[in-house]
Design a protein around this ligand. Structure first.
Ligand code: PMV
Length: 317
């Protein structure tokens, strides 16, 4: 039996689209910040009577359970029956990146339970195949996920850009809706790729955003990171809005918060927003500005969390 506790990550530069669906190879590179406080804790034990998956205290059935068990088959083909118990201390499948910490924790706990030696990059490659963004949750701090060019995906894994203590940043999260998202990310990506006329522009224009965000992180330049993050976010949503049928995760409160962030910036508070496959808005700022940002967001939603840069996964026997 082994247990892994892993933090989710939020993409500052987005992954949206797959160059290989089976291997979860991305069409673009991406870059993320690991979050503090929010975490998935997953225990795996092999050699039980039958496969069993418990998520947030309830037996998982259907697709969620099948995804977990398929992932264990990938880690060890022909494996013994396993029991997986996984708990999130934050909303699941609501655009708060639970699949990133979920599949990273499952990968690390299973590798430990099976005593399989691995490098972080190897763990990242396995985690990626469960859920793309999980490739980035193998590290704390700031992480880049290389697009890679190889067909077998061996060069498409996370890379540590900067450790958790490199830069004391905050992400203030406005939970507009904690319900499960309407369109899952895989379905959304496939629809976007198949139908959006903007998709080719997205795939040909991400590199500059990523280079600027990486440099901004290394230089601790929030304006540089924020500009690149908002550009990447808006381009990703442009591809979704122009899909057929359109994908629109935004709600009125999401847009009101975007306006609020623009207003805060006019008032001299350096803060920048991003969103993912859901209506929640995440705002990046310096810790000294986080209380003012949180106050402003509380005018729009009840549930606001101020999180810092999260640490590395913890894996125990
Ligand atoms: O890892 P997935 O399949 O849940 O996709 C994540 C997609 C976004 O959150 C929208 C962007 C990202 O890079 O995390």
């Amino acid at each position: 039996m082994a247990t892994a506790t892993v933090h989710p990550n939020i993409a500052l530069i987005k992954y949206w689209g797959k160059r290989d669906r089976d291997l979860n190879l991305p069409s673009t590179g991406s870059l993320s910040m690991t979050l503090s406080h929010f975490a998935t804790k997953t225990s795996v034990v092999f050699g039980v009577d039958h496969d069993e998956v418990i998520i947030n205290g309830e037996e998982a059935l259907g697709r969620p359970a099948a995804r977990v068990l398929k992932h264990l088959d990938l880690i060890q083909p022909g494996r013994a029956p396993a029991k997986v118990v996984s708990t999130n201390n934050f909303p699941t499948a609501a655009g708060l990146a639970s699949s990133s910490s979920g599949f990273a924790a499952l990968t690390l706990a299973a590798l430990k339970a099976l005593n399989i030696d691995h490098t972080p990059a190897q763990a990242s490659i396995l985690a990626r195949q469960g859920s793309g963004s999980a490739a980035r949750s193998i590290w704390g701090g700031f992480v880049e996920w290389r697009r890679g060019v190889k067909e077998d995906g061996t060069d498409s894994h996370g890379l540590h850009v900067a450790p958790p203590d490199h830069w004391n940043l905050n992400m203030v999260i406005a939970v507009v809706d904690k319900g499960q998202k309407s369109v899952g990310s895989t379905e959304g990506m496939l629809r976007t790729m198949a139908t959006s006329p903007m998709y080719s522009a997205w795939v040909s224009s991400w590199q500059r955003d990523l280079d600027q965000a990486r440099q901004g992180i290394l230089d601790q330049d929030l304006t540089m990171v924020g500009r690149a993050m908002e550009a990447s976010t808006l381009k990703m949503f442009a591809t979704m809005f122009t899909s057929n049928p359109p994908i629109r995760y935004w709600r009125p409160a999401s847009v009101a918060i975007q306006d609020e962030v623009a207003k805060l910036r006019q008032d001299g508070i350096n803060c920048w927003w991003t969103m993912d496959a859901g209506p929640n808005v995440k705002v990046l700022c310096e810790p000294e500005d986080a209380p003012a940002v949180a106050d402003a967001l509380e005018h729009h939603v009840e549930d606001v969390h101020t999180l810092a840069v999260g640490g590395h996964p913890v894996v125990e026997d």
